[in-house]
Structures are given as C-alpha cells and as structure tokens.
Design a protein around this ligand. Structure first.
Ligand SMILES: Cc1cc2nc3c(=O)[nH]c(=O)nc-3n(C[C@H](O)[C@H](O)[C@H](O)COP(=O)(O)OP(=O)(O)OC[C@H]3O[C@@H](n4cnc5c(N)ncnc54)[C@H](O)[C@@H]3O)c2cc1C
Ligand code: SF4
Length: 441
C-alpha cells in the first residue's frame, strides 16, 4: 500500500534536473542553419507569412540566413515581432507558419522556421545589439499596464515612434507569462529577462515593477495623467472544479504551481507528488503534466472530458506529453476528491463518452488546468465610464481600442487566441493606433 500524500522534493539527481529543465530543442549551428535555409523555396505568395499572426517576412529572413546576413535576418524578424526570440521558442509553429509551409503538403516536413528564427535572433542577442532607434521625441506620454508580451510590444513600438512610455507591472519582474508561465525547458537560461532587457535597451520606456492597476494606480489616474493608456494585464483568474475537497493538501492550481516552478532557482527544492493527476486538455495541462514528470513524479495522468481532437493542446503537444511518459485519459471528468487526514488520496471520475460508469485513480497531487479567466476588478474606480466587456474579456475594435476614450487593450485580456505571438501583434497594432490618435489630437 502506498503512502497517502506522498509529496516530496529532491526526487532526482542534480544532473537529471539540469537535463530535464535544459533547452528542449538545442539551437541550430551555422552549418545546419544554412542547410535548413536552403530548403526554403522563397515562395512568392508565401503561405507561411500569411499564417504568421505578426506577419513576419519569413522567406525574406530565411533568404538572409542563406546569404549569411544573420544580422539583417534578425532585423527582418524583429521589425514585425519584437519578441521574435521568445516566439521562436514558444510558438506552436505546427499550427501556424510551419503548417502552412508548402513543404508540409509536399513531403510532410516543413522548413524548420522556428529554429531558423531562433538562430537569427539569438545571433543578435548574443552580440547585445539593439538594431532600432527612437524617432525624435514627441513629448506625448503613454501608460502601459502589464509588462507581458502585449504590454512590452506596445511599449517598444510606441517608444520607437518617439513617445515616452511608463509600464506599470504588478509583479517583481517584467516578461509576463514568458517569465512566469511558459514551460521552463522552452525558455531556459533566463531568456525572458534577457529579452526584456533587450526591449528596454531602446530607451524611452520606464518599467515600474510592483505597480498594480487597482492597487498603486487606478484607471482614472492613468487616463488623467497620460495621453493614452494600453491595458495588457492578461488573465488573472482560474476556473475552479467546483467540487468538495478543493482545499485538500495536494490539490493545486496549475498556473500558480508553474509560476513557483519557473521562479525556483533550484528545482530540487520543489515538492512534487509521486502520483499526479492533471485535469484539463490545453497547453497549461500539457505543461504541468510534463513538468511534474520531469520533476520526478512517477505516474502522471492527464484526464480530459472529451476526445483528443477536442483538446486545446495541439497533436504535437499531446505527442510530446506522451513521449515524456504522461498518460492521457479521455472522456472523463472528476466527480469526487477523496481525502485522508486533510490530504488528497484519490479521485473518482465519471465517464463522459459512450461508455458509462465511474472509476478511481489514486493520487498525491491534482492540478486544475481547466482555463484561465479575465478578472475585471482592477478596472473599477471610474465611476462615470464603463470599460465594456465581450464574452468576459475587454471589448476592442480592430485597432484594439476599448469603449473608453484614450484606452486600448490587447493580449490575453481581449478575445482571440491566447498565444504569445498574438499578444505581441495586439500590442503592435494598438501602438500604431495610439500613434495615429496622438498625431491627430
Ligand atoms: C502555463 C502557460 C503556458 C503557456 N505556454 C505558451 C506557449 O508555449 N506558447 C504560446 O504561444 N503561448 C503560451 N501561453 C500563452 C501566452 O503565455 C499568453 O498568451 C501571453 O503571455 C499573453 O501575453 P499578455 O501580455 O497578454 O499577458 P501576460 O503574459 O499574462 O502578461 C500580463 C502582465 O500583466 C501583469 N498584470 C496583471 N494584472 C495587473 C495589474 N492589475 N496591474 C499591473 N500589471 C498587471 C502581469 O503580472 C503580467 O506581467 C501559455 C500560457 C500559460 C498560462
Ligand atoms: S512556405 Fe515554406 S518554402 Fe515557402 S517561403 Fe514559406 S518557409 Fe519557404
């Protein structure tokens, strides 16, 4: 009989932790980058470009790699996507540019666009170059709330256009979920902070950490003291299972645990269950499942209420989880959390598919990964004006303008795909719209 509540730190050796949380995909060396770049047809109507949410000139940057103009290649990428380095690591390219690549249809093997993008942007980062310059100062001041991909992309573009930007960030560090959420093995070696430093090195951006909207500042004060405001606060809430026993020891919110994992300097100090259950079928579920396995959990099972084709996680991510030893069970949902002496002992599941009935899985830890939600509370305080919501997120028009005058929004706090690359595009579009507004007013 196994012990109830078997949650322990230090399950692995130092070498195993280092291997498990090192780079999941090693970078391309020059000779391999040249070979990969030579596979590109430089298509005239490049479908890969159409599929990139930030519209990077993909054949253009690959051609520059092929001619050994790596700096020029990096600039082509960063002109459209200032977080091209992060996106090269975290983008689900298998459903974006690489899915659209003509080589996928031809031979099932796309040009490795993500790896080439990383090759070029890493080259620039390693040399500490900031290829962009600010336009002449306009004297206009913009407040950006949230220092994640949306906020930083907006701030960088506004600063390039000559405006002065203050970023109000609630947490201790900038970078948003690149720093606190994305799987550790996708962005090792403090990449998120290096990218934040690169963005700020342009100048004209004052990143103020520990400054939260609704705490240190209000929307009313930001609107009063600035010419425009951009909101990029992401999603602060998580869905609950709504089952008795959610307070049992071992029942955790996946996003909060991942945040602790990302900030843990020494992964050996992070306690993890021997048997882990993950509820959910999206990226967060995959990430917590794989990372707990890589922390040394013996048995990790993801349970999802519908079939594989309904999962938010791509087929590539599902394969990746299974390759890492994660089991995936479909068509079941948790019905009862069973505890002993205040600790989780087992979970009873109800089948949701054609098969009926219930089954039980023993577990020391259960992670809830059933979706994040937008929390509108910090936006209160403006008595007269109302920030309109749509489907539970901030409503915006095509220019990312909200219902409030002088206020724009983007990233996860508005409707759309919850991806780093989409957040960057929102920030960029909003910055250009703000710039047009400031020039007219
Ligand atoms: C676990 C996990 C893994 C993910 N993995 C991937 C992946 O592999 N690939 C991918 O493309 N996408 C991934 N995503 C999604 C991606 O991280 C987000 O879509 C992206 O970070 C959204 O950017 P954002 O700037 O809108 O929000 P965030 O990155 O959440 O940044 C919002 C920022 O606002 C700050 N903030 C919040 N409230 C306030 C306030 N009141 N005042 C001031 N500041 C505030 C936060 O501290 C944060 O820094 C993942 C998400 C999660 C949760
Ligand atoms: S679709 Fe593929 S082959 Fe064509 S330009 Fe894009 S990366 Fe190159």
């Amino acid at each position: 009989m196994s012990r109830v509540g078997d949650i322990a730190a230090g399950r692995l050796s130092e070498e195993q932790y280092a291997r498990n949380f090192g780079d999941v995909e090693p970078p391309l060396e020059r000779k391999h980058a040249l070979v990969e770049a030579s596979r590109c047809y430089f298509c005239h109507d490049a479908p890969c470009l159409e599929a990139c949410p930030t519209g990077i000139d993909i054949p253009g940057f690959i051609r520059k790699i092929a001619t050994d103009n790596v700096k020029g290649s990096a600039i082509t990428i960063l002109e459209e996507n200032i977080m091209g380095g992060a996106c090269a690591r975290v983008c689900p390219t298998e459903i974006l540019c690489e899915q659209a690549c003509v080589r996928t249809a031809q031979e099932g093997k796309p040009v490795n666009i993500g790896a080439l993008q990383r090759y070029a942007t890493d080259w620039l980062f390693e040399r500490g170059l900031q290829p962009f310059a600010r336009q002449a100062p306009t004297g206009r001041r913009v407040a950006v709330v949230g220092g994640g991909p949306a906020g930083l992309a907006c701030a960088h573009r506004l600063s390039m256009l000559g405006h002065t930007v203050t970023v109000f960030e609630a947490r201790a560090k900038g970078g948003g979920l690149n720093e606190y959420g994305v799987a550790a093995y996708k962005v090792p070696h403090d990449f998120a902070q290096r990218e934040v430093a690169f963005i700020l090195s342009l100048g004209g951006i004052d990143l103020r950490c520990g400054q939260a909207l609704g705490r240190e500042v209000t929307l009313a004060s930001l609107r009063r003291d600035h010419d425009a405001v951009f909101l990029g606060t992401g999603l602060a809430g998580v869905n609950a299972l709504k089952l008795e026993g959610e307070a049992l020891k071992g029942v955790e919110d996946a996003v909060a645990y991942i945040e602790r994992l990302r900030q843990a300097g020494d992964k050996a100090k992070l306690p993890v269950g021997r048997r882990v259950i993950v509820i959910g079928g999206g990226n967060t579920a995959i990430d917590i499942a794989v990372q707990t396995k890589r922390l040394g959990a013996e048995d990790v099972t993801m349970v999802y209420r519908r079939g594989p084709e309904n999962m938010g996680a791509t087929a590539h991510e599902q394969d990746f989880a299974q390759t890492n030893g994660v089991k995936i069970k479909h068509w079941a949902r948790p019905a009862k959390l069973i505890g002993e002496n205040g600790a989780l002992k087992a979970v009873e599941f109800e089948r949701t598919g054609a098969e009926q009935g219930r089954f039980m899985l023993e577990a020391d830890m259960l992670f809830k990964a059933i979706g994040q939600i937008f929390v509108p509370a910090p936006y209160g305080g403006d008595n007269k004006d109302v920030l309109q919501l749509k489907n539970g997120r901030i409503a915006v028009n095509a220019d990312r303008q909200t219902s409030l005058s002088k206020v724009w929004a983007g990233g996860d706090c508005i409707e759309g795909p919850d991806l780093t690359v989409s957040a960057v595009q929102d920030g960029k579009l909003a910055a250009h719209s703000i710039d047009r507004f400031l020039k007219q007013s």
